[in-house]
Design a protein around this ligand. Structure first.
Ligand code: AMP
Length: 359
């Protein structure tokens, strides 16, 4: 996570912990000592602190986590840190959206809304925006698979699915989350179901390292057409955006089979794959000046505790349907079309649906 280091990054305020977001009581904390100083009295007063870790470029999905955290805790800390350790060497770290001004404005607006709504226990008390020097005091160890340094690895779950395509991803996530948990010492942490495998990794981390923290997982926030909100959706131009729902539609087809009584992998994933094939075929038939190309990375039916693939859903446990696709760059514009982001690099999308245990 290269923390906000572009021109739109938060201005450096010396890290004394006294800086606030404009027109709000939200503290801007940049250093570990300033966060610890802020945290200490809340332990003594027995006020609960929740942490919502993010990489910024905040959207309604992030805000739903913050709302849930404010409902049940006295203080909410939102961290914004683009962690380089969870990006592969060839991934989009350099172009990951950094939108500090918009994020700050969104937090201030949401905090006012939380203050006006009497149902909340707390509000947004602080935003933690550390730099990489702060998060990696011995120096950033690097993004390579073989990088040496102090890492937290959670396997085998971290090697499956997302971890297969992105071998350093969960190592980076677990490492930065361990750091954030140790810095903030929250009673509860809030994560989105959007990144379901990440929630399984974090659950394992909390259990295996005996951290006294409760994990709360909030449902995926979606656009009206069903696309899961993601900071990376800004890379989709109009043409790719229109086709991007294909993954969710495929997962829904698999879920429908489960709801209609199917429990076997072949039936469920067969339904999902036939949607993917059908849409790919349709797009190909449109030709390169109208169609969109995408590659399927994986479609999975997995155990909810381990993310290992299952052949049959255990009705007592349920399962997780998940998938990842890569929307390839659009190559040929129609006459007069501005390809915008569609001409840019491939955009990887992930999504999932939880199949709940049978009643
Ligand atoms: P990110 O900034 O992408 O690292 O995400 C920060 C947190 O927001 C993670 O716990 C994500 O799972 C969660 N999140 C991202 N997108 C969504 C969404 N559409 N709905 C709910 N939570 C989300």
């Amino acid at each position: 996570m290269a923390t906000a280091c572009s021109s739109s990054s938060p201005s450096r305020g010396g890290g004394n912990g006294l800086e606030k977001l404009p027109n709000s009581s939200i503290r801007v904390l940049r250093t570990v000592p300033s966060l610890r100083r802020w945290r200490r009295p809340h332990t003594i007063d027995q006020r609960t602190v929740a942490l919502v870790p993010t990489m910024g470029a905040l959207h309604a999905g992030h805000l739903s986590l913050i709302r849930a955290a404010a409902r049940a805790n006295h203080h909410v800390v939102v961290s914004i840190y683009v962690n380089p350790a969870q990006f592969g060497v060839r991934e989009d770290l350099a172009s990951y959206p950094v939108t500090w001004e918009a994020d700050a404005a969104a937090l201030v607006k949401l905090d006012r809304e939380l203050a006006d709504d009497g149902e909340n226990l707390g509000r947004i008390s602080a935003v933690f925006v550390p730099g990489t020097g702060e998060m990696y005091p011995a120096g950033f160890p690097g993004q390579e698979v073989g990088s040496k340094g102090s890492f937290v690895t959670i396997t085998p779950v971290g090697e499956l699915l997302e971890g297969r395509t992105r071998p350093t991803f969960f190592r980076g996530v677990a490492t930065v989350c361990m750091k954030l948990f140790n810095i903030v010492q929250p009673e509860k942490v809030y994560f989105g179901q959007k990144d379901v495998q990440q929630t399984v990794v974090i659950r394992s981390l909390l259990r295996d390292f005996m951290l006294p923290i409760e994990l709360v997982v909030e449902p995926t926030t979606r656009a009206e057409d069903g696309l899961a909100l993601s900071s990376r959706n800004v890379y989709l131009g109009a043409r790719r955006r229109a086709v991007a729902t294909v993954l969710y539609r495929a997962l829904r087809a698999a879920e429908d089979a489960y709801k209609n009584g199917a429990q076997g992998r072949m039936t469920m994933l067969g339904n999902a794959n036939s949607i993917l094939r059908h849409v790919a075929h349709e797009q190909k038939a449109l030709g390169p000046d109208k169609g969109v190309r995408f590659e399927v990375d994986y479609i999975s039916l997995a155990d909810p505790d381990t993310m290992q693939e299952v052949n049959v859903v255990d009705p007592a446990k349920g399962a997780i349907l998940s998938g990842a696709i890569k929307m390839l760059p659009v190559e040929v514009p129609v006459v007069g079309e501005d390809l915008g982001h569609d001409g840019g690099p491939a955009v990887r999308l992930i999504d999932n649906i939880i199949l709940h245990p049978a009643e």
